[in-house]
Design a protein around this ligand. Structure first.
Ligand SMILES: Nc1nc2c(ncn2[C@@H]2O[C@H](COP(=O)(O)O[C@H]3[C@@H](O)[C@H](n4cnc5c(=O)[nH]c(N)nc54)O[C@@H]3COP(=O)(O)O)[C@@H](O)[C@H]2O)c(=O)[nH]1
Length: 795
């Protein structure tokens, strides 16, 4: 030992130590850099490391050797130097292999360190032995052992530190430790032999009396290594037990959560909790063989930057797909974090199954975009698709068509058969419409009885018009609802884009305006949007608002038109609504009655007319009757029998003085119900007249089957009877036939004396027309009654 200290402290210059340490650090830093270069292949890393270590060992040895024995400068034994260099290289390869390929433990670190240090010490001794050969080398065994143990320890720590995930600067520390080993081993080995000048005089030392220096070195090196490994095994067992405990603790914690938890290092699964095993259908041992990316559909790479997911650099959870049993893709949310785990850093990957949440989200999204009744897209769905269609049309110079559809007569079904039947009807209408469309066409329901169809690409307007006609025709067949055959129609407006609008709102609005036009013009039709249409629609809209307000303010009036028998006696008055508009003047019923029918305002309007007219008639000092028109909408929505009964009670009008005029349209909608109505009204003592006969179907069956009191022949026939023989033939037949059925006949719209004479001659019972009296205000009607009463009493 003393010899070693003497050699290191007094025989070597400080400058020489500094040079050696610098050289050692340079080589060590490079060797450690190559060894830890993860991106390179393992064999390359091992070879470069071993090459640098063996070159460093020889360089430092000869540097020291030649400076200690200048007379031997440039003298090195051959081929021993090359062979020992190769040996050092092989030992270094072994050390690096252990470090890189065998699971990291204290034992493997010591094994690697011991191999490396033995290789370096052996090469130094071998060269020294060869140098003094044939004489035997004299050495200090205790110094040899100390050098070996310290060298092995330094190397072992260098490997341990380099593999530590917890170390702050593993490469720097490992480089320093290896540098010391690289400096110590050649120097220490040389310091363990007696100086050459003494050695030449001392043949043998007591330590090396019996054995060759190399065999002693091997034996003592082997013993030192066994000793160190025993110590390392003990340490490893303790470490492994504590790691096992830590692993178990973590697994119990992880098993307690509903989320899947994976622990991985370098992408390889180290552990997994029960949830993750259930999700993947894998056993723990099987999953441990896998890389984390392999658990996900398409690997992480296809879905997301794996590195960023696995190193917890992403703050928000990532949406990925986990591969479940049978390749099923499970939508999951993945979060990861770096944690100290067992013998280093690991990544904890938390995997949450979001299947249910995703399904709920999908359903919510579906609901937001679809109509639940018909399963068709709703307004939101339509707007998003139409936006794309318009954009495409604008970009590619193509044309798309938008059809706005509104059912005719749907409200009637809803009111008469109930909402359940209405819903069923809408579903069946949707199915019929869909059957007319191509795959590329798009249909949505906007609510109520409104639908929109988008034709993504049309050559011209005719494409859309043809489809619209097919859509109208597909509703001609009745719908069977609750034992009834129900008929509905559809009014369709067509707008083209970009011609009629370059944005969703505008195109939809214009299709709607065209549809409205189709409604106004008689329903069951298709109209193409044209500039200026919106003015008419707007006007109609304004009119509706005004009518609503006028009803609320009781601005409407009733005019009374007299009816006479053939002898000129006044038999009654027909109550006709009038609307004196504050700015538009007198609006004729032809304009506001259909509007009131469409908007449902006819219900309050009709009740008001009935009540007012009955009240006025009850005040007349006469038994003349009062005729009131009933609209089909009233028939559908109101319990007319009850309303009439209440009105008669409230106004005190005798039922026999009230005559209610119904049209064929009312009868056609629901024949049994209409029949019951006519019968019930007559049961009240009220008379019922069939109005406008001669228009519409003019079905004689109605005359036969319904217990009417009277038929009113429409004025469109009456004004032709004197110059159109056919018209007269029809009117004459109606008179004859009605009389046979015991019905009275009223001719309306008599404007000339010739018409009056002809009708009177042929037995028409009652006359109405401008010739005899125009509709007049209540005061004039009262005066007329009085004056005629006086006239008759005088005559
Ligand atoms: N449901 C309700 N319908 C009503 C009500 N008030 C009116 N109406 C209906 O509006 C239509 C138009 O009515 P109006 O403009 O009042 O026309 C009536 C008469 O003025 C007109 N008439 C009568 N004689 C002549 C004539 O010689 N020449 C001529 N050009 N017109 C004439 O006929 C209308 C009455 O017809 P009718 O009802 O068929 O007897 C009209 O359909 C009204 O029914 C209401 O309160 N409710």
């Amino acid at each position: 030992m003393e010899r070693l200290f003497t050699f290191l402290l007094s025989e070597q210059h400080l400058r020489s130590h500094v040079t050696v340490v610098l050289q050692a650090f340079l080589f060590a830093a490079l060797a450690i850099f190559f060894l830890s270069r993860n991106k390179w292949s393992i064999p390359l890393r091992i070879v470069l490391f071993a090459l640098l270590v063996s070159i460093a060992d020889l360089t430092i040895f000869f540097d020291t050797f030649w400076s200690t024995y200048p007379n031997l400068l440039w003298n090195f034994p051959q081929p021993t130097t090359e062979i020992t260099g190769l040996l050092t290289f092989c030992f270094a390869v072994g050390a690096a292999y252990f470090y890189l390929n065998v699971r990291r433990s204290i034992k493997t670190a010591i094994m690697s360190g011991a191999l490396l240090s033995f290789g370096m010490a052996f090469s130094a001794f071998d060269i020294l032995v060869a140098t003094v050969s044939p004489a035997t080398l004299a050495y200090d065994l205790s110094a040899v052992l100390i050098v070996l143990v310290i060298g092995a320890t330094l190397c072992a720590f260098a490997f341990w530190e380099l593999g530590s995930a917890l170390a702050a600067r593993p490469r720097l520390v490992a480089s320093i430790l290896l540098a010391f080993a690289l400096a110590l081993l050649p120097l220490g080995s040389m310091g363990s032999i007696l100086p050459f000048d003494q050695w030449l005089t001392v043949i043998q030392t007591p330590d090396s009396a019996l054995f060759s220096p190399l065999s002693v070195l091997c034996l003592s090196g082997g013993l030192a290594m066994v000793f160190l490994l025993c110590v390392a095994s003990l340490l490893d067992i303790r470490v492994a037990t504590s790691q096992q405990r830590e692993g178990d603790r973590m697994r119990h914690l992880a098993d307690g959560t509903f989320e899947g938890i994976l622990i991985s290092r370098d992408d390889v699964v180290m552990d997994a909790n029960l949830s993750i095993l259930e999700m993947t259908g894998l056993e723990l041992n099987d999953i441990k063989l896998l890389r984390v990316p392999d658990l996900f559909s398409g690997g992480f790479g296809a879905q997301k930057d794996m590195a960023s997911v696995l190193t917890g650099r992403i703050g928000a959870p990532e949406q990925l797909e986990l591969l479940g049993p049978g390749g099923r893709r499970i939508p999951v949310e993945v979060l990861s974090r770096e944690v100290p785990y067992v013998d280093g850093q690991a990544t904890v990957v938390a995997i949450r199954d979001v299947t249910e949440r995703k399904a709920a989200e999908d359903y919510i999204r579906y609901l937001a975009m679809h109509d639940t009744l018909t399963a068709l897209p709703n307004r939101r769905g339509l707007e998003s698709v139409l936006g794309q269609v318009i954009e495409h049309a604008l970009q590619h110079g193509t044309m798309a068509a938008v059809l706005g559809l509104d059912l005719d007569g749907f409200k009637a079904v809803n009111d008469s058969l109930g909402h359940h039947a209405g819903d069923k009807l809408l579903k069946e209408v949707a199915v019929r419409f869909q059957a007319q469309l191509r795959d590329t066409d798009y249909i949505a329901r906007l609510g109520g009885d409104e639908f929109v169809i988008v034709l993504r690409s049309v050559a011209d307007i005719d494409d859309a018009i043809h489809l619209a006609k097919r859509l109208i025709a597909c509703l001609w067949q009745p719908f069977a609802l609750g034992g009834h055959d129900v008929y509905v129609g559809v009014s369709i407006g067509v707008a083209l884009c970009p011609r009629d609008g370059d944005n969703t709102q505008m195109v939809l609005k214009n299709a709607d305006i065209a549809m409205y036009q189709a409604k106004i013009k008689g329903k069951g039709q298709v109209y193409e949007f044209q500039a200026g249409m919106e003015t008419a629609v707007q006007e109609r809209h304004d009119l509706e608002l005004d009518l609503r307000a006028a009803l609320g303010r009781s601005e409407l009036r009733i005019y009374y038109q007299p009816l006479f028998d053939v002898s000129g006696v006044i038999t009654g008055f027909e109550a006709l609504a009038r609307w004196p508009h504050p700015t538009r003047g007198m609006i004729p019923p032809d304009r506001f009655i259909p509007l009131a029918e469409e908007t449902g305002l006819i219900v309050p309007l009709g009740e008001w007319v009935l009540k007012t007219a009955c009240g006025v008639a009850a005040g007349w000092q006469s038994d003349v009757s009062i005729a009131v028109n009933l609209s089909p909408t009233q028939f559908r929505r109101v319990d007319l029998v009850n309303t009439v009964m209440k009105t008669l009670e409230e106004t005190g009008l005798q039922p026999s003085r009230l005559e209610l005029e119904v049209t064929e349209t009312l009868l056609m909608e629901d024949v049994p119900k209409a029949l019951a109505l006519v019968r019930d009204l007559r049961a009240l003592g009220v008379r019922v007249a069939l109005d406008d006969f001669g228009t519409g179907y003019s079905s004689l069956a109605y005359l036969h089957n319904f217990p009417f009191d009277k038929v009113k022949v429409d004025r469109s026939f009456i004004n032709k009877i004197t110059n159109d023989p056919n018209a007269w033939t029809i009117v004459e037949s109606i008179i004859v036939m009605s009389h046979k059925l015991k019905l009275r006949v009223t001719a309306e719209g008599i404007e000339t004396g010739a018409q009056l004479s002809l009708l009177a001659e042929h037995g028409c019972d009652e006359m109405q027309g401008f010739l005899l009296g125009r509709p007049m205000p209540e005061s004039q009607a009262s005066s007329l009654i009085e004056s005629l009463k006086n006239l008759h009493s005088v005559s």
